[in-house]
Every structure is written in C-alpha cells, then in structure tokens.
Design a protein around this ligand. Structure first.
Ligand code: ADP
Length: 633
C-alpha cells in the first residue's frame, strides 16, 4: 500500500495503428471533425448514465445536471472535453481506446490504396471516432471514472498516437470523462475561442444536453452555454434546416459524408412516437456481414434507451440510420421485450413504409440531379433492396418500383432501368416481363437464349447479381404482367401465331431427336426443337421444376449437396451444324458431334463441364478428322 503504481505501457492493436495512420493522412482536410466525435462520445456517455440511473438513481447523486464542458487553454494549447456521464473503468478504457471491436476491420484496411483521396472515401464507410483526435493532437490524455466506481479507481490514459499508450490509476472525484488534446504546433486555429465556439455550435446544437465553453484567459473564464440543448428530433420540421439535419446524421453515424436523404416524422394517436431516418451516401464496409449491429437509436420520452435497436427495421434495411423516440414504450424496455411486442411490431411496419416511401420519392424525382442521387443509391444499396423482395413480400409492390436493371438495350452493365421504363418499351401484346439469369453480364449479353427475342424486338432484363436467382423466385406480377425466365421451360412469345408449336416441330424432326436423346441420355432430360435460337446451334434450358443453374452453382459452391438434375437440350434445326449432324451416317461420329453441341451449349451458359478431358478428346479427334479430310482432297 502507499506505493504509487507507475504507468503501464501497452500497444495498440495492429488495426488501430493502421487506422490512426490512415486517419491522420487522409482526413486532414476534414480535421475539425474530431470535435464532433468527442462531443458525440460525451453525449453518448451522458445518455448512458441517464439510462443506468433509471434503475440506480444514486448514480446521479451530487451532480444531477448533465452537461458537456469544453475548456480551451490558449497558453497550454489544449482543448479539454469533459462530460459527467457514465465514465470508463480501466478495462473499458483499454478495450475501447486500444482496439477496434468491429469484425472485418483487418480486411477492410487491406483495401486501402495509399491514395489519400480514395482512402478518405473508404474511411467514410468505417465511421471515425475517438481516434480522429490524433489528426490535430500530438498527445491525447483521457482521465475517467466510471460512475459506479470510487474516486480512487479512476484511470488516466495517454498516447501520442504512434503505436502505444499508457494507463495508470489516478484519483478523480467527479464521475465521467475528460479528454484533453494537446494541439499540434500547426493547429493554432483551434486555439481561437471564436472558431471553437462556431464549431461547437455546429456540432452540438441538436444535442439534448447543454454544451458549455470556457476560455483559459481571465476575461473569458466564465463558462457559457453555446448550444440550444434541445434534442433535434423534438423540434418541428420547419424549425430545422438541412445543415442541421446533416450534422445530426454525422453525429449519429460517425460518418463524415452527408446523407442522401432523410425523413422526420411525428406520429400521434394510438401510438405516439417520433422517427428521424437517414439514408447514408455510402455503404458501410460491413454491409454484407449480416451479424453486425444495426438498427435505430431508441429513446423513450427523450431518454436514451439503446443503440442498434434492430426491432424497428427489417434486415434488408440495415443500412438505414436514425432514431426513434417513443412516448408510450416503458422506460425499462429491453431487447427481449421489444422482440415480442405488438407495439414495436406495428412501429416496424410503419417505419419500413416510411423508408420505402422516402426511397420512392427519390427514385421518381424529375430533376437530373435527384436521378443521379438515386442511381448512386442503387449502386451502393441495390443488392440489399433486392433482398427485400425475398424477406418482405408485404412490400413487394413498393420494392419492385425501386428496382433497377441492366437490359439487352443497355450499353454497359449499369443498372439504371426501372420496370416501368421496361414496360414503356414493350412491344404490342407483350404480356410478360422477360429476364435472363447468368453469372456475368458478358455471358448474359451473348446468351443464345436471347436470339429469337431479339429478332422480335423484345427487351430482356439481364440478371447477374448474386442475389438475383433468389430474388426472381419472389417476383410477383408487376402491373399485371408476370415474369418469365427465358432460360427455362418453353418460351412463349407475344405474337406467336400458335400454329407452329414445339410439339409439331418435334414431330417433324422425331428421328433426329430420338437419335440425339439416345446418345445423350446420361446428360440431358429431353431434347426439343428450339423456338428461341437463331444464330446458335443449340442451348440448354432449365426444366420448369428445376433450380436455375446459377442458383445450383451457388448452393453447390457453399457446400450443399443437391439431387442430380439434367437440363433440357434444344437444337436449332435451321443451323448448318445441326444439319451436318443430321446428315451424319457414322454412328460414333454422330455421338461425338451431339456431345460437342451439348458441351458448347453448357459452356456458353457459363457452366463447367463435368468431364472436360472427355470434351477435349472429342474435339481433338474431330480436328484430326478434319485434317485427314483436307489431306485426302
Ligand atoms: P464509437 O464511439 O464509434 O464506438 P470511439 O472510438 O469514438 O468509437 O469510442 C470507442 C468507445 O469508447 C465508445 O464506444 C465508448 O464505449 C468509449 N468512449 C469514448 N468516449 C467516451 C466517453 N466520453 N465516455 C465514456 N465512454 C467513452
């Protein structure tokens, strides 16, 4: 006892080191965001204290006025941000300010290019935080005491942001946290009181707690409140300007890029709540990790209850940020309670609709600018919206209007055509929306399945996203038109005169079909005369009851065992190669040719041959034959 513990030195987690390096170099032009991040953390800490005090009012004893204080010391060139919130224990401190808990961070950091501009974009997907202090400070000191610990259990953390930090026990009477930044020589601008005041007002006006500012000099030592200290979402829409909404988003999300749109609503009546929902501009780096925390910040009567309340949004809207403040949920509401609560279920339905309406407004906007914004949204989040069709059939109508596609009329692979655009170009009597699934746009574009359709002037949606094979199973009718997979079953064309059916064609070519069927019986289910081919000799078609080959390949790649299925084979009887086959009298050669036709049909569709070596042998023997025929001539 009595021996003063000396500071213990620890290393930052590798990812923190990388992040720090990156942040300092790529966010330099946004450097003042450190202040927003510190105030945001302080406000969260105060929110948390108030929440814990619901169950344990003693926590507030002696200091019930929750606030955030910013002190500028011009002489010492320091800025200190103090909150009387929840504080941190030694373990919290090491955990929170020494590591990055988000999984996938290492992979994310791998993508950094070293190009500051690009990396600044990338880091926007990550969300900056406390570590942004090191953009302007060459030393940061954190002194903190957790509200439920004693003064002697307080801790001090210190680092120059280079790779290590120290931790040591201290005495601290007041609960909460003080973060002190020792400004770099080059950052003198932040030691101007007026500049600081402007920034703090910008970053904290929407926070529900007073933010006080005081200068270090004798004449400006009097602390003054610089924000209006009312929660932004409680103000009426007409009182909040766009910049304030944007700032609030950044405070919520730790993003430093503006959101693309938002929706702020108060619901009154049977249920009373306010929601403020934002659509970010960029997808977060972990959008595809369905396990990461997501959801809204939940308040009950202005009191913060929890982050990431996922019960108010379906999984496919996991990119939405925002808050919901309920007037009638109980203050002691827990995640479990929300799970099975008819009220939160009803709120989820309404909030989901709000988000979809907000997107609908954006997607149907007339101005070129808004159209571009929607296009950008679609690029970032289109694939998750497609998940919505699988997850949320209730909103299928709204979701289908949001979809954007590449089609046979598109130049590149940009997905920018809506179903309404598509139907606007439908040919007379076209009662179907045609689509083709493929593994890539390149395969889709050159697919033999499109030939007859192209000749008839029928546009086809080209679907090559991973989610597409799942999505198409959930596409109901759109404006009375059903969807047809052009690679499956019989192809029905709008203007077909109905006289030449596949059956009559099959009858006409029966001997040839029988011979092919015999040779290929192990590889195909049936062979038919094709009505979809013009330039290609043959193609494979998925039978009505079978999985699409794209879905099958994906499921197999993920290790699933599926029952065998054989495709239907279609031949183009007009094609010289098929006529050549038909004329072949040598039985063995006929078999080889038929197999090669099938091999090529599978390859064109993006499939892998089950027995590539056998294919190569067949091909070689055919080439040799050709050679000997040449010689004989
Ligand atoms: P984020 O705020 O996005 O979680 P930060 O790096 O800013 O990331 O902070 C990491 C964690 O450190 C926070 O989640 C919080 O638990 C803790 N923390 C930061 N500042 C404070 C503070 N002023 N009071 C209490 N805890 C804090």
């Amino acid at each position: 006892m009595g021996k003063k513990a000396s500071p213990e030195t620890m290393g930052f987690q590798t990812e923190v080191r990388q992040l720090l390096h990156l942040m300092i170099h790529s966010l330099y032009s946004n450097k003042e965001i450190f202040l927003r991040e510190l105030i945001s953390n302080a406000s969260d800490a105060v929110d948390r204290l108030r929440f814990e005090a619901l169950a344990n009012p003693d926590l507030l004893t002696g200091d019930a006025d929750l606030s955030i204080r910013v002190v500028l010391d011009k002489e010492a060139k320091t800025i200190a941000v103090t909150d009387n919130g929840i504080g941190m224990s030694r373990e919290d401190l090491i955990e929170n300010l020494g590591t990055i808990a988000k999984s996938g961070t290492a992979d994310f950091l791998q993508q950094m290019t070293g190009d500051d501009k690009k990396d600044a974009q990338l880091i926007g997907q990550f969300g900056v935080g406390f570590y942004s202090s090191f953009i302007v400070a060459d030393k940061v000191v954190v002194e903190t005491r957790r509200a439920d610990l004693e003064a002697k259990d307080a801790v001090r953390w210190e680092s120059d942001g280079q790779g290590e930090f120290t931790v040591e026990p201290i005495e601290r009477v007041e609960r909460g946290t003080t973060v002190t930044l020792h400004l770099k020589e080059t950052e003198a601008e932040f030691s101007e009181l007026l500049r600081l005041e402007t920034l703090i007002r910008k970053y904290s006006d929407h926070i529900a707690f007073p933010v006080l500012l005081e200068g270090g000099a004798e004449d400006d030592k009097e602390p003054r409140t610089v924000n209006s200290a009312t929660a932004l979402w409680m103000r009426s829409r007409s009182e909040v300007d766009d910049d304030e909404y944007k700032e609030f988003y950044k405070y919520l999300s730790h993003d430093f890029v503006d959101p693309i749109t938002w929706s702020h609503n108060r619901v009154e009546g049977k249920r009373e709540y306010t929601s403020l929902l934002y659509i970010p501009a960029n997808a977060p780096f972990d959008l595809w990790n369905r396990e990461v925390p997501r959801g809204l910040k939940l308040y009950v009567q202005r009191v913060f209850i929890m982050d990431d309340a996922e019960q108010f949004l379906p999984l496919y809207l996991r990119f939405v940020k925002g808050i919901v403040d309920s007037s009638d949920l109980p203050l002691n509401v827990s995640r479990e309670l929300l799970q099975n609560n008819p009220q939160s279920a009803a709120m989820k339905t309404a909030i989901t609709r709000r988000v979809l309406d907000m997107l609908a407004r954006l997607s149907t906007a007339d101005s070129k600018e808004d159209r571009e914004i929607y296009q950008k949204f679609w690029k970032e989040f289109g694939q998750v919206i497609k998940e919505g069709l699988v997850e949320d059939s209730q909103n299928a109508d709204k979701l289908m209007k949001l979809l954007r596609f590449t089609t046979t009329r598109s130049d590149g692979d940009l997905q920018d055509q809506s179903l309404a655009d598509y139907l606007g170009r439908a040919i007379p009597k076209q009662d179907k929306i045609y689509y083709l699934l493929a593994d890539t746009y390149a395969t889709a574009k050159s697919s033999p399945h499109l030939e007859q359709l192209a000749k008839n002037g029928i546009e086809v949606l080209l679907l090559a996203d991973r989610i597409d094979p799942w999505m198409v199973d959930h596409l109901a009718d759109f404006e009375g038109k059903s969807f047809q997979d052009v690679g499956r079953g019989q192809l029905s064309l709008p203007e077909g005169d109905g006289t030449i059916t596949q059956e009559t064609m099959n009858e006409e070519h029966k001997p040839l079909l029988k011979k092919i069927q015999k040779k290929l019986k192990d590889r195909i289910t049936a062979v038919n005369v094709s009505q979809r081919l013009i330039d290609s000799p043959a193609c494979v078609v998925t039978a009505d009851q079978d999985l699409t080959p794209q879905l099958r390949r994906m499921l197999e790649a993920s290790g699933q065992k599926l029952p065998d299925s054989k495709p239907n084979f279609e031949i183009n009887v007009e094609h010289p190669l098929v006529q050549r086959l038909s004329a072949e009298r040598d039985d063995e050669r006929f078999g080889q040719l038929a197999n090669i036709l099938l091999d090529h049909a599978l390859l064109a569709e993006g499939a892998q041959l089950e027995n590539p070596a056998a294919y190569v042998q067949r091909m070689n023997s055919l080439l040799l034959d050709m050679g000997t025929q040449e010689v004989k001539k």
